[in-house]
Design a protein around this ligand. Structure first.
Ligand code: ADP
Ligand code: MG
Length: 372
């Protein structure tokens, strides 16, 4: 008898889903990104018991068309990408059509959705673990979509136990991520609340659909935070010679080398390079590529290094948004899309250090000694 056999479909689905939705952060990230992709200007995120019992994300976005009800939670069904070549000009957060399908496999999951033309009526959709539509019922609802995830990882006992054990830390990471989305999303109101297992519901933070990231930062971290910040607004000019050597080393064949010398624009806010104006710990540092929150460890390291040469004892508040051509990076590196492969990373880091050095130098000279 053959010993090598195909794994049956439902198990494959469960295994793969656990790679897309790896933790509490991935659940929240996928749902918030879907709301932003749907053009929402108001997003409410409600946790019960730090997300262990349920996570609900409600938006006032486009809503879902009845013709999409049966496919919305099927794997690789998406309204955002139809072929691989579209990836290089992607402007949405999502593109793989995996999040909702994975959540069906890993939780008790339902959606309530209404289009503008539906009046105050909406539809509640429930799904099988496979992602197939199980039922649809008319309910009262406002325009937009509410996605509710209950008992995440209930059918992956080891993962669930780990989550229960580390829930405080995981929940802290989720709030950090939500801070980043709320700060970068101008014109979008965010509200985050948690209903603890015992006691009253608390509003964790909220923003007011502000027109600027400065106002968002003031809403999230308090208006006083702004006093210690310098605006970041600079062109990073990369050396073409250096750029092409690095690109040969760091980048796979699919990259368009014509985009090499395109300047990158750095926008955002950073603590003034003055002792007393930084932070005790590097806990408020957010990085974005074209407004997509992502992990950029090398960029973080470079900025922190330059800052430390002015303020050895503290770390800066960083809100750094790198604006670049969509062909100059790859988001399709990790299932959660947090890791981004930057074309010419080393050239970028050099340009970044030079630019920041100049900014801090200018500032340093303009700060009277007495205020240091
Ligand atoms: P992706 O975002 O990669 O397309 P998802 O599984 O996250 O995949 O979502 C599948 C599809 O469901 C999306 O392409 C979108 O059309 C629809 N969708 C998901 N969430 C929302 C939402 N909050 N509002 C409107 N449509 C949504
Ligand atoms: Mg999505």
């Amino acid at each position: 008898m053959a010993t090598i056999k195909a794994i049956e479909g439902a198990s494959v689905h469960q295994i793969q889903s656990g790679q897309v939705i790896v933790d509490l952060c991935s659940v929240v990230k996928e749902l918030v990104e879907n709301s932003l992709d749907a053009g929402a200007t108001s997003i409410d995120i409600r946790f019960k018991n730090n997300g262990l019992d349920s996570i609900e994300v409600q938006d006032n976005g486009s809503g879902i068309s009845p013709t999409d009800y049966t496919t919305i939670a099927l794997k690789h069904y998406t309204s955002k990408l139809s072929s691989y070549s579209d990836l290089s000009s992607l402007t949405t957060f999502g593109f793989r059509g995996e999040a909702l399908s994975s959540l069906c496999a890993l939780s008790t999951f339902h959606i309530i959705t209404a289009k503008a033309e539906d009046g105050s009526k909406g539809t509640k959709l429930e799904f099988e673990t496979s992602g197939e539509l199980r039922s649809q019922n008319v309910v009262a609802a406002q325009r937009g979509t509410t996605v509710c995830v209950e008992g995440i990882f209930g059918n992956l006992p080891v993962r669930r136990r780990e989550l229960v054990k580390n829930v405080k830390r995981e929940y802290g990471k989720v709030l950090g991520l939500l801070n980043a989305y709320a700060c970068i999303s101008v014109g979008v109101r965010f509200s985050v609340s948690n209903q603890p297992a015992k006691g009253k519901k608390v509003v964790v933070f909220s923003t007011k659909a502000n027109p600027t990231t400065r106002e968002n930062i003031a809403n999230v971290y308090g208006a006083k935070t702004l006093l210690a910040l310098l605006p970041l607004d600079m062109e990073l000019h990369m050396q073409p010679a250096l750029a092409s050597t690095q690109s040969a080393r760091n980048w796979s064949t699919q990259v368009d080398t014509n985009s090499t010398a395109q300047p990158i624009h750095l926008e955002g806010h950073i603590s003034r390079p003055v002792v007393g104006e930084g932070r005790q710990t590097p806990d408020r540092q957010m990085f974005f590529v074209n407004s997509r929150p992502c992990a950029l460890p090398q960029v973080a390291k470079a900025i922190n290094e330059v800052y430390k040469s002015y303020n050895v004892t503290q770390s800066p508040f960083i809100f750094a948004n790198l604006k670049m051509d969509t062909g100059a990076y790859d988001v399709n590196v990790s299932p959660d899309k947090r890791t981004i492969l930057l074309h010419d990373q080393n050239a970028l880091l050099e340009a970044l250090k030079t630019g920041l050095g100049e900014l801090f130098e200018k500032h340093d000279q303009s700060v009277p000694q007495a205020s240091v």
